[in-house]
Ligand binder design. Structure first.
Ligand code: ATP
Length: 378
């Protein structure tokens, strides 16, 4: 891992008496692609704005290269921002939009020409120099915004839901594009999104936030495979989350049975949350199953079936490539490494089986909701 570039130390922030960030600690390393991920309102944008200097923390320190920068204004930080609303200058063409920052700094025109050309190649905008922003697609406008933000060669680029306004296909293309640009420039990216798939596919490090607190920091694989609590397990991917007890190291009891698992280090008989991913459960004949249940629904998803199995009233979600008939009685087989044991937390019991899968979280994560509110406010 490279050197620490940005350090947030015990950052707290309230608005109108309501605490939005509670003692956030976060290290961001040089050349890292870090994503702040969480439901709407959890404090992602506020964290980003504190790094950019657009908000001041009530408590705590922001360090850049080891130096406290709490009181340094945004334009003196080596940081640039790309917002969801691109805010391009409508009367300037693509070339002049991208050149704008360098002209302000009175960089010689020869050098500007060279650097703009390099940026337009980098962002796939070669040939678009003379076009006005209104004649560009959403994806092209976003590329201009990125080129304009990168041309000053900031150490860090902050991106606040930059792809939120694009349709799904374009968003996927731009995700790959952004990842490529980040690697090619070696600039540290701090990216905000509420879209877990986007976060997992783009980032070196994912920071999962909820309720103004960091829940977990890790690589996409760590976050997916070893969620620390029921919130993270539920927010990232699909999960079956059950109440359990650790009888001893590597022995867990849940769903009325005792299972071998790989986890240890819990107190004897400690109550825990157990998470099992739908794709990690094997469907077998009832007599070979560790658990037996009745299939209550089958949905074809293209390359797998999503089935819901009722086992003593708990509805398991399972993904399988084998067809299973609705109402069939089936067995479930769970390997030790499919069982993830989590400490009980304030989120225990809030997310349960498939039938209680939190509609509230889905609602909070709906990208259209924030947009509507913003539109109303305008
Ligand atoms: P979203 O994805 O919806 O932008 P977020 O996780 O980025 O969510 P923030 O924008 O950081 O969340 O906002 C967290 C909370 O702080 C929200 O309840 C928001 O209304 C409130 N908030 C943010 N900025 C201000 C402000 N300047 N004044 C008052 N309240 C604010």
């Amino acid at each position: 891992m490279n050197n620490k570039l940005i350090e947030l130390r015990s950052i707290s922030k309230s608005f109108d008496g309501e605490q939005i960030l509670c003692a956030i600690d976060l290290d961001i390393h040089d050349k890292e692609f870090v994503t702040l991920l969480g439901p709407s309102g959890c404090g992602k944008t506020t964290t980003l704005r504190i790094i950019g200097g657009f908000e001041t923390p009530d408590m705590g320190d922001v360090l850049f290269d080891g130096v406290r920068i709490n009181d340094i204004p945004p334009h003196k930080r080596q940081v640039n921002t790309v917002f969801q609303k691109y805010a391009l200058f409508p009367h300037l063409n693509v070339y002049d939009n991208v050149a704008f920052g360098l002209r302000l700094q009175k960089v010689p025109e020869d050098e500007i020409r060279e650097r703009v050309r390099e940026m337009l190649v980098m962002t796939g905008l070669k040939g678009f120099e003379a076009r006005k922003p209104t004649t560009l697609s959403g994806g092209q406008q976003q590329r201009v915004a990125i080129a304009r933000a990168l041309i000053n060669r900031p150490r860090v680029l902050l991106l606040d839901e930059p792809l939120g306004a694009l349709d799904l296909k374009l968003r996927k293309d731009m995700q790959n594009e952004l990842k490529r640009i980040q690697k090619a420039t070696g600039i540290t990216f701090v990216y905000v999104t509420h879209d877990q798939e986007e976060a997992l596919s783009m980032s070196d490090t994912v920071v999962v936030m909820a309720d103004g607190k960091i829940q977990q920091i890790g690589t996409p694989t760590d976050i997916y495979n070893e969620p620390v609590n029921a919130f993270v397990a539920d927010f990232i991917g699909e999960s079956n989350i059950l109440d359990g007890v650790m009888l001893s190291d590597k022995k867990a009891r849940f769903a009325g049975q005792v299972f071998d698992c790989l986890d240890g280090g819990f107190a004897e008989n400690e109550p825990v949350d157990i998470v099992i991913r739908p794709e990690d459960v094997d469907v077998v004949a009832p007599e070979k199953g560790m658990l037996v249940g009745d299939v209550s629904s089958v949905t074809f998803k293209g390359d797998y079936y999503e089935i819901i199995v009722d086992i003593k009233g708990f509805k398991w979600m399972i993904e399988t490539s084998d067809y299973v008939a609705p109402a069939a009685r089936i067995g479930l087989y769970i390997e030790p490494d499919a069982i993830h044991v989590m400490k009980k937390s304030e989120y225990s019991g809030k997310f349960g089986d498939y039938s209680t899968f939190s509609e509230e979280m889905e609602h909070l994560s709906d990208p259209t909701i924030g947009t509507e509110e913003e539109d109303d406010a305008e």
